[in-house]
Design a protein around this ligand. Sequence first.
Ligand SMILES: Nc1nc2c(c(=O)[nH]1)N[C@@H](CN(C=O)c1ccc(C(=O)N[C@@H](CCC(=O)O)C(=O)O)cc1)CN2
Ligand SMILES: NCC(=O)N[C@@H]1O[C@H](COP(=O)([O-])[O-])[C@@H](O)[C@H]1O
Length: 294
Amino acid sequence: MDAKSLLSVSSQNTPIPSLLNPKNSLSLSLVQSRKWVSFRTKNLLAPQTVRYSRRLECINSVQKVKHAVDEEDTKAGIKKKNLAVFVSGGGSNFRSIHDACVGGSIHGDVVVLVTNKLGCGGAEYARDKGIPVILFPKSKDEANGLSPTDLVAALRKFEVDFILLAGYLKLIPVELTRAFPRSMLNIHPSLLPAFGGKGYYGMKVHNAVIASGARYSGPTIHFVDEHYDTGRILAQRVVPVLWNDTAQDLAARVLQEEHRLYVEVVAALCEERVIWREDGVPIIQTKENANDYS
Ligand SMILES: Nc1nc2c(c(=O)[nH]1)N[C@@H](CN(C=O)c1ccc(C(=O)N[C@@H](CCC(=O)O)C(=O)O)cc1)CN2
Ligand SMILES: NCC(=O)N[C@@H]1O[C@H](COP(=O)([O-])[O-])[C@@H](O)[C@H]1O
C-alpha cells in the first residue's frame, strides 16, 4: 500500500502512527493493532506533513527531495532526534517543545505522545497536529492502555531517542527507565530536592512552597530513575516567591520559566551537548562556547 493510499485510509481513523515518523518515508507500515489510539487527520497539513506531502509530490525525483529532507534531518552532522512526550494535563510544556521542533530551535521531532488521559488538553493538541497518541498505562477505567513491555516496543517502533515527561502524573515503571537509560527527562515545578516525591505534583507543589515561607522557587529538569523526582538534576532556574503571592501567582511565574528552560535543555539534548561528569552529574555544554558548561 503506497503512502497516498495510506493517507486516505487514515481518514477513516485507521491508526497509521508510522506515517509521521520521518524514518519510514515512503515505505510506510500500517500498525495493525486495536491498542493504538489513532490520530485525527483533519489538520494533517501541519508543517511536518507539508514536508512529507512535498516528498509525496516529488515521488519521481525522490533522490533529490530525500537528500533535501536528509539535510533537514542532520545539523552539523548530528542526526535529528525522535522525541516521545508524556502528558496527563493541558500540555503547555509539550506545546512549547513541539513549537520549538517545528520552528527549528530544537533539532528534533515529536513522533508520539503518551498519556494516561485520552481526553486531556495535551492529547487533544497532539491529535490536532497529527501526532499519534498512545494510552499508557492500563487502568480500571482505561482498559485499552498498553503494558510497559508493549509501550517499550511501540517506542522502539517509532525509533524514539528521548522521552520527555511534561506533567505526566504516573510513576514510570522500571521497564521504561531501564530501556531508556540517561534518555528520559522530567520537569518538576520546584527546586528539587525540595518539595518533590510522591504527592508533590501540580498545585500541591506551589501550595507547599507558599506555606513553607520559601523566598525562591523554580523549575527543575532531571533525568528519570525508578523513583519520583530522585534522578540526576540537569538544569534549574530560580524565580522569586513574593510576600503576597498566591499559589496561582507562583505557578504562573514558574510555568513561564519552565517553557523557556525545557526548550533550552531539549535543544541541548538533541544537539548532543549534554555531558556526564566523572561523579555522575550531567552538565550542559553551552551553545556559544564548547569550553563553557552550565
Ligand atoms: N519513575 C519516575 N516516574 C515519574 C517521575 C520520576 O521522577 N520517576 N516523575 C513524575 C512527575 N512528578 C514530578 O515531577 C510526579 C508526578 C506524580 C506524583 C504523584 O504523587 N502521583 C500520584 C498520582 C496522581 C494521579 O494519578 O493523579 C501518586 O503516585 O499517588 C509525584 C510526582 C512522573 N513519573
Ligand atoms: N510533579 C510533576 C508536576 O507537577 N509537573 C508539573 O505539571 C505541570 C504541567 O503543566 P503542562 O501540562 O501545562 O505542561 C507543570 O508545571 C509541571 O512542572
